[in-house]
Design a protein around this ligand. Sequence first.
Ligand code: NAD
Ligand code: FES
Length: 296
Amino acid sequence: MYKIRKAENLADKIFLMVVEAPRIAKHCEPGQFVIVKEDEVGERIPLTICDYDREEGTITIVFQIVGASSEKFSRLQAGDAFSDFVGPLGQPSEFIHEDLEKLKKEKILFVAGGVGTAPVYPQVKWLKEHGIDADVIVGAKTKSLLILEDEMRSVAGNLYITTDDGSYGAHGVVTKVIEDLVLNQGKKYDKCVAIGPMIMMKFACLTTQKLGIPTIISMNPIMVDGTGMCGACRLTVGDEIKFACVDGPEFDGHKINFDEAMKRQQMYKTEEGKAILRLHEGDTHHGGCGQCGGDK
Ligand code: NAD
Ligand code: FES
């Protein structure tokens, strides 16, 4: 069992939990995720790691209530436990493997949308710990839905907050701030990392493509079982077929077919949709498990 050390309601329907998972805390890197199950019969939920403390042996997760399972999660308190907490899964963020001296010369812009602020935080923190100050834009619908502001301020070089309704920070969506920084304030960025709802990542990529800034995004939202078996997170990256949970979740955003990914995500929600996908794509999954024969 994986004991919950802290449970906090961050905003409407958004919760943070610090969970005792020493083995994962020892090995995880920014960009990776865990699969969480409340009990033996519970649904598997893939969640990107929001923070980790190797000494304390804890992992921080942030989740939004989107269905029955996440609502059940939200009722858990400090002292309760998850039956399963598996990870670290997926590939770490690309910059973890880059030459540090080269990385220190780069100017990186992070764009975090809503709950996507949680997976952005460990990346900016990692960079700060390695002597790199990154600029961060955080967008939320309204002030009360803004999360992790203090945490992000403590690790970001410059933090730009924007709300759709103008209740806090700048007024408008994140893409407006990207354009303002580059076109009006003369900022130059070598790379952008944009994480948030699919529609935000799509438009952030359209904006950075126009501005010539290579951009990484996270396809966590289309993951279901998180093990390469269900086929839900199949996506087209350039002319290659990839699986977000095994090959990602982070990819070159300028190569992603977002419209196809969003359409597939909707279809996967119904049995009829799943049947159509099977018909068109075959019984696709990542394969490689060596047991089910699906990779033959
Ligand atoms: P939201 O709808 O409140 O949007 C957050 C911000 O994204 C907005 O404030 C705005 O600045 C920007 N945005 C939204 N639509 C945009 C558009 N068309 N153009 C430009 N900018 C736009 O976000 P939320 O409700 O907190 O997000 C929930 C979603 O985030 C869920 O669908 C979840 O799957 C996803 N999510 C993604 C990741 C990931 O790894 N990519 C991680 C956690 C959550
Ligand atoms: Fe099921 Fe990736 S989430 S195959």
